[in-house]
Design a protein around this ligand. Sequence first.
Ligand code: DC
Length: 226
Amino acid sequence: MAKKIVITIDGWSSCGKSTLAKQLSQKLGYLYVDSGAMYRAITLYFLRNNIDWAEKKEVKEALKSINLEFVFNPKSDSSEMYLNGENVEYVIRDLLIAEKVSDVAAIKEVREFAVAQQQKMGTQKGIVMDGRDIGTVVFPKAELKIFMTADNAIRVQRRFKELYEKNPNITVEEVKDNLEMRDYIDSHREVSPLRKAKDALELDNTNLTEKEQFNKALGWAKEKIG
Ligand code: DC
């Protein structure tokens, strides 16, 4: 049987991390985990329940009431995020969540809560996880670490297209501001800031098609799997 490895994909917002992670997991028959979905679901819970996340005590109490689960949906051929039994996969992609998620993800207790669950999911290997700290904190010993980048303008365009399909009132300016703000907070926070792991391979997809990007990453994975 082929050796199973852990593949981590980190990088800036809207670089196409989840697209690549999904493709790799499908090709290799691995589990795919979108760690950002967990921070988004926690943010949704905090907003719905008026949790003041500046208050450590409130955050700690609230986390006790949060149950996160990924459930595979054969129709969409992907895992979807469930918050306390409710499918929130669609609602967590909203700009309202995107505006707050970086603040929530910067909280130490929130990160400890999410990271512990993420590490559990990787004990059997055969997993592709994308996020911001996966190669540096969650799986520092992963066999293959990919760090994705792309030009800002391209990333804004891609995210705008995605969000516009759901909400035609959205503007390019709003999307651009949100991306820049998230990148700033994610890379400047005290706990587990977004960093390229020393042993990560960089993948700049500004001028790559999805297919070219996939082939490159698959080549790296095959080398590691042996
Ligand atoms: O990948 P995404 O855009 O869905 O992530 C949403 C936010 O969650 C992102 O702005 C930063 C945070 N995040 C994080 O801090 N660590 C991760 N491993 C994944 C996401």
